[in-house]
Design a protein around this ligand. Structure first.
Ligand SMILES: [Zn+2]
Length: 56
């Protein structure tokens, strides 16, 4: 019944983010990811998308 989002988007205020998986799905080793110039990075393990919070 639970609708699992495959590409969950996480908003971060830092370009460097840490991911260790979704606790509801399978976790993975802790990795540190750095966003590119577009302010986005996708975790290679769990495909979650990290997006830089827009700064006004
Ligand atoms: Zn991940």
């Amino acid at each position: 019944m639970a609708d699992i989002e495959k590409n969950e988007i996480i908003i971060s205020d830092s370009k460097q983010v840490m991911c260790e998986g979704n606790r509801q799905a399978s976790g993975h080793p802790r990795v540190y990811l750095k966003m590119d110039d577009s302010g986005k990075v996708t975790c290679p393990y769990c495909s979650r998308i990290f997006q830089l919070k827009s700064q006004d």
